[in-house]
Design a protein around this ligand. Structure first.
Ligand SMILES: [Fe+2]
Ligand SMILES: [Fe+2]
Length: 337
């Protein structure tokens, strides 16, 4: 059912995509947690991504019909830890190490010429069904936009904390429930003829986007990774403003009006400001207190680039081959509102 109002409800348990995710989901349904071999799993595959995401979701909205006490089940936390190790090790070995934070952030400001990213494609020649698929992929994150980053607040002190909270205040609507960015995203989905229910499309979304959300939860839930979390946050804010500009143009070219562009136009100016705050006031202040975190800040930036690159490659390969980038095609829809 389509609604104009974002529902702050829980998701339903997802479908399993292999033995790891089946073990977690079956346990949450009340069966004993099975021992499954984790070390040989594909760290970026759908099975591990869904297993980890299901464990993490217990810390966000939980699942309909699942006892909230599972959040602190020692046996499930131990299993989650084994999944995280495989995922984090693979991320670390996929990106070059470094500790020159300003240089790594500056690299992100250099836009590829000619643009090869998804937002370039969507601006110039994307069709409406492709834009809707893009919105569905990202809904896995935007239904809880900025929530993973909130975990880092108690791990920061002084100016870094004050400035990160200033950014989060904007993400959470500046005191207005109807301006919470997750709500603006639900409005975008409604204007695009999509279901706005919390994680409604999770089973339709392939591994690459789920891995991006898992990275945020991993960085947020471990105090040890606070440097990586602020690095990731800065990288996301730096790249959002130009991509939001392109997606606004894409929607306008396809005939959409303010109802459909609002989420993106809101991010054009806001994220240009957020980028500056994160670079100078959050990362700058954090590193002045804890300079040894520089390598993890770089790791957070590069892991974000790496997983976003894999997501972009997945989607553009599917589209180039003329097929859906989702697990199944969306029902047809005439055009944006
Ligand atoms: Fe936002
Ligand atoms: Fe932002």
């Amino acid at each position: 059912m389509l609604t104009d109002v974002a529902t702050v409800d829980s998701g339903v348990l997802p479908a399993a995509r292999g033995p790891l995710s089946a073990a977690v989901i079956d346990a949450l349904r009340g069966r004993p947690l099975r021992t499954v071999e984790v070390a040989s799993a594909d760290p970026f595959g759908a099975d591990l991504a869904v297993a980890l995401h299901t464990c993490y979701e217990l810390h966000y909205q939980g699942f309909v019909g699942v006892d909230a006490d599972w959040e602190w089940s020692p046996e499930l936390l131990a299993f989650r830890r084994s999944l995280e190790r495989v995922f984090e090790d693979a991320l670390r070995s996929s990106v070059p190490p470094g500790d020159d934070v300003p240089a790594v952030l500056d690299e992100l400001l250099v836009e590829p010429v000619p643009g090869t990213g998804l937002s370039h494609f969507l601006r110039d020649e994307g069709e409406w069904w492709q834009l809707r698929e893009y919105v569905v992929h990202r809904s896995v994150y935007h239904h809880k936009e900025a929530d993973p980053h909130a975990w880092v607040i108690p791990r920061l002190r002084g100016q870094a904390k004050a400035s990160l909270v200033a950014v989060e205040f904007d993400e959470f609507g500046g005191g207005h429930g109807d301006r919470v960015h997750a709500r603006l995203y639900a409005d975008l989905m409604a204007a695009s003829g999509l279901d706005t229910g919390y994680l409604h499309y999770f089973d339709d979304v392939p591994a690459p986007m789920i891995a991006i959300v898992n990275m945020m939860s991993l960085f947020g839930l471990h105090r040890r990774l606070r440097g990586a979390m602020v690095g990731h946050f800065a990288a996301a804010e730096i790249t959002t403003a130009p991509s939001a500009t392109r997606l606004t143009k894409a929607i306008e070219r396809l005939g959409g009006g303010p109802r459909t562009t609002h989420f993106f136009t809101e991010h054009i100016e806001a994220d240009a400001v957020h980028e500056q705050i994160l670079r100078h006031d959050v990362i700058g202040d954090l590193l002045s207190r804890e300079p040894e975190l520089a390598e993890d800040v770089v790791f957070g930036v590069r892991a974000t680039e790496f997983l976003e690159g894999a997501f972009g490659a997945h989607v553009s390969t599917a589209w180039r081959e003329g097929r859906s980038s989702l697990m199944r095609e969306l029902p047809a829809h005439e055009g944006p509102a």
